[in-house]
Structure formats: structure tokens, C-alpha cells
Design a protein around this ligand. Structure first.
Ligand code: ADP
Ligand code: MG
Length: 252
């Protein structure tokens, strides 16, 4: 049975989607059948993998029970990497899901047969701890928490870990934190170095050794509809995501 990773942090702009797309691409490159599930209505991961954000069926249909995940999954231009695309309509799910009993298990149930087919499934979460992220955390085995290496980085992290513990206790005993990932790190600034030290001091066992540098190739890759390892395979950003994928696999 494959392993499901959620990429989650209630803050926006911390590198969730970038990490989801690039970790998925690195794992696929290593030869494992991999699925990226975009569960953010902004559909940045969908577009970042070269697909339009108005495709039918999509993850909204899957969550509302109108489509099967098997029908909604599409191939990407990358070998071994498939996508369950998002759609702007998914914004409505945040309102609809809480009104329906047991809806926090929708994604988990929809992925039951799917996880037999893919060695790894990566869930790109929206920037909130609302019903969509809860669905992802109920479906997932592991969570990766990207943390932008900026002032205020620590803010909200303790609360996020409390939420993860609550979900583990009440809804998904399998859930474990794979690690926190420092992103957009600018090694030239003292601030970035201070923040890195502080986050590592607060969460000694949790922070990945690999740090993702601030890298222009990473930020321009989505506009070409491809992950950075295909946009510029030898840049510092591609190297870092390869290293991270190895570290994630080694942590199990
Ligand atoms: P989130 O999904 O958490 O909202 P994104 O992955 O979309 O965050 O990243 C926010 C913005 O920062 C995007 O424009 C993305 O291209 C850019 N970005 C992410 N990681 C890096 C990086 N390591 N270096 C430079 N830009 C980055
Ligand atoms: Mg995102």
C-alpha cells in the first residue's frame, strides 16, 4: 500500500505548493508511481504541472461524491507522475463539507483504491486549517510542514502541531509528522540564519536537515508548467528538492 503525504501549513505563501510539486516530481523521477492531489481552490499545483484549472471531473467532484478519483486523475508530461486536478469551484467545499456528517473522511475514502496504484500520494493543502486541510490530514499517513525562513516563522507552528495531535487522537491514529521544512532560505542574511537556528532549537527532532534556498529558478518554473527539476535540473533549488526527497524517503 502506498504512503500518503500531506503538505500543510495554515499560512499562505510558505512553499506548500512548490514543495508538493517538486517532491512529487523527484519521487516520480526516481521511478515510483506518484500522484499529486491538488486540494487548494487556487489550483496552483494543477497549473504548475501544466494543466488548466477548469478540467472536469476534478477534486471537487471527488469530494462531493459526483466523480470517482479514478476518473478524475490525469497523466502529466512527467513520467510516473499523475495529477488529481483542482478547480476554483473547490472554494465552495469549505462551506458545504462541514454541513455534512462524516465529511472529514471523504478524501480518505475516495483514495482507498488509489493508494494501491501509487507508491506515493502527495496532497497539496490550502492555506487554512479548514475542512479541506482536515480531509487531507485524515487521509494522510505523514505531514510535511513547510516553514518560510522569515520573521514570524514560529508563529502558528505550535498551534498547527496541536491541531495535528488532535486529528491524530480523534480522527486518524496513523498520522505522524514527517518533518518541518525550512523554505526560501536566503543564506546571505543574518535573519534567515537566526530563524533557522530558532526553529531548530524549538523543534530539534522535527526539522529536516535539507533547507530549500531562495532560488529564482524555483519561482519561475510554474509559469512554464513544470517542476524545477525539469526547468533547470542543475540549479540549487533542484538539488535541494532532490536532497529533500531522499531525506523524506529515509525517514520512512
Ligand atoms: P503556498 O503554497 O504555501 O501558498 P507557494 O509554494 O505557492 O506557497 O510559494 C509562494 C510563492 O513563493 C510562489 O510564488 C513560489 O513560486 C515562491 N517560492 C516558493 N519557494 C521558493 C523558493 N525556494 N525560492 C523562491 N521562490 C519560491
Ligand atoms: Mg499553495
Amino acid at each position: 500500500m502506498g504512503t500518503i503525504y500531506a503538505i500543510a501549513n495554515q499560512k499562505g505563501g510558505v512553499g506548500k505548493t512548490t514543495t508538493a510539486v517538486n517532491v512529487a516530481a523527484c519521487i516520480a523521477e526516481a521511478g515510483y508511481p506518484t500522484l499529486l492531489v491538488d486540494i487548494d481552490a487556487q489550483a496552483n499545483a494543477t497549473v504548475g504541472l501544466g494543466h488548466p484549472k477548469d478540467r472536469q471531473p476534478n477534486v471537487y467532484g471527488v469530494l462531493s461524491g459526483e466523480a470517482s478519483a479514478f476518473d478524475a486523475i490525469v497523466p502529466t508530461t512527467i513520467e510516473n507522475l499523475s495529477l488529481l486536478p483542482s478547480h476554483p469551484d473547490l472554494a465552495g467545499a469549505s462551506m458545504e463539507l462541514p454541513r455534512q456528517a462524516g465529511s472529514e473522511g471523504r478524501l480518505r475514502d475516495a483514495l482507498v483504491g488509489i493508494r494501491e496504484r501509487f507508491a506515493y500520494t502527495i496532497l497539496d493543502c490550502p492555506p487554512s486549517l479548514g475542512p479541506l486541510t482536515v480531509n487531507a490530514l485524515v487521509a494522510a499517513d505523514r505531514v510535511i510542514v513547510p516553514v518560510q525562513t522569515e520573521y514570524f516563522a514560529l508563529e502558528g507552528l505550535a498551534g498547527l502541531l496541536d491541531t495535528l495531535a488532535l486529528i491524530q487522537r480523534e480522527l486518524n491514529p496513523r498520522l505522524a509528522v514527517a518533518g518541518m521544512l525550512l523554505t526560501m532560505h536566503d543564506g546571505r542574511t543574518r535573519l534567515a540564519r537566526d530563524v533557522e537556528r530558532e526553529v531548530r532549537e524549538h523543534f530539534p527532532a522535527l526539522v529536516f536537515d535539507t533547507v530549500i534556498p531562495r532560488n529564482v529558478r524555483i519561482s519561475e518554473a510554474p509559469s512554464y508548467g513544470r517542476p524545477v527539476i525539469h526547468h533547470d535540473p542543475h540549479c540549487a533549488g533542484a538539488d535541494a528538492y532532490f536532497e529533500l526527497a531522499k531525506e523524506v524517503a529515509a525517514r520512512g
